[in-house]
Design a protein around this ligand. Structure first.
Ligand SMILES: Cc1cc2nc3c(=O)[nH]c(=O)nc-3n(C[C@H](O)[C@H](O)[C@H](O)COP(=O)(O)OP(=O)(O)OC[C@H]3O[C@@H](n4cnc5c(N)ncnc54)[C@H](O)[C@@H]3O)c2cc1C
Length: 278
């Protein structure tokens, strides 16, 4: 059944871009939409629902923004060279033909001042500069899926938004969202509908309520499942899907977007160190 979940992939020329904040808009109790603009955004493209860009931030101590050459952030840095500070974000919406030039929306979770990205986003104002790298590739939704389940916390709500749009309106999609604040559900106001069923889990026991809800859902041979959010919360869900139900990696697509207590999680590292991907 793997071909059911085959996904069209487009590789992009790798670019790094300098962009400026055009405006900021609160979109949930602890989420802000930052709309970026600038000529460097010409020919930006990110058609896949779970595409991501590398965002380069100014050094919080010096204020200096270092935007490397494409791919340059992977190379070893010379001693004394300014730090490259980067995190992963989801390009929520790109408007190439906006009135004042191309615009890109990124939504940031404001989780406090202990993260460079969250601290920057909390203070962002028009004119502030950032760097953007990628996306390297865009991967479309699996065309053969006849239903989908999307599991996300706040950090993956931009990706969830894109998944809800990526499937044809005739394909039933169930969203299971685990978030701190019940009012975060306003983020997806208007996204529910006949074939779009959205459930929100909040409060201290949200992880167990989420797992119970996932276990209660029918998962057929053509049901695609995407999960993203805090890595350790996703481990039991991944074990259920991959080990108990025996779903393939293509059918159950699981991504740790951040990890409690870890700075700049490498999302290519195994989500579950005790059970790395095969
Ligand atoms: C493919 C991909 C796409 C992503 N898309 C988005 C997106 O669109 N919007 C978005 O907000 N995030 C997104 N993330 C998650 C984001 O990259 C991380 O949350 C990142 O660690 C934030 O950087 P920071 O500098 O704020 O915190 P860091 O310096 O990385 O971490 C500092 C501390 O904050 C904690 N922390 C990090 N993130 C969170 C969080 N969300 N909530 C609570 N505590 C946290 C860490 O555990 C650590 O203790 C995405 C991640 C990936 C891999």
């Amino acid at each position: 059944m793997t071909e059911v979940f085959a996904r069209e992939r487009t590789m992009h020329d790798l670019h790094t871009r300098r962009v400026r904040v055009l405006r900021t808009t609160p979109v949930a109790p602890s989420m802000v939409r930052i709309t970026l603009g600038g000529d460097d955004l010409a020919r930006f493209s990110a058609d896949g629902p779970a595409d991501h860009v590398k965002v380069f931030f100014p050094d919080p101590e010096t204020g200096v923004l270092t935007v490397p050459e494409p791919g340059g952030f992977r190379k070893p840095r010379a001693e004394g060279a300014p730090a490259i500070i980067l995190r992963d974000y989801t390009p929520l919406a790109f408007r190439p033909d906006a009135e004042g030039g191309p615009e890109l929306d990124l939504d940031f979770v404001l989780h406090g001042d202990h993260g460079v990205a969250a601290a920057w986003a909390a203070r962002a104002k028009p004119g502030d500069e950032l760097g953007i790298g990628g996306p390297r590739a865009s991967v479309l939704a699996p065309a053969g899926a006849d239903s989908a389940i999307i599991v996300a916390d706040e950090s993956a709500l931009p990706a969830a938004t894109r998944w809800l749009q990526a499937f044809d309106a005739s394909v039933p999609v169930t969203g299971l969202f685990f978030v701190k604040d019940p009012e975060t559900s306003a983020y997806l106001d208007g996204a529910d509908g006949e074939k779009r069923e959205l459930h929100w889990f909040t409060g201290a026991d949200r992880a167990s309520a989420l797992e119970a809800a996932l276990r209660a859902l029918p998962i057929g041979e053509r049901t695609f499942v995407f999960l993203a959010g805090e890595a350790t919360t996703l481990i039991p869900l991944r074990r259920y899907l991959r080990r108990e139900l025996g779903l393939s990696k293509a059918q159950a697509d699981v991504h740790g977007y951040w990890k409690r207590g870890e700075v700049a999680l490498d999302h290519h590292a195994p989500l579950d160190p005790a059970d790395p991907e095969d």
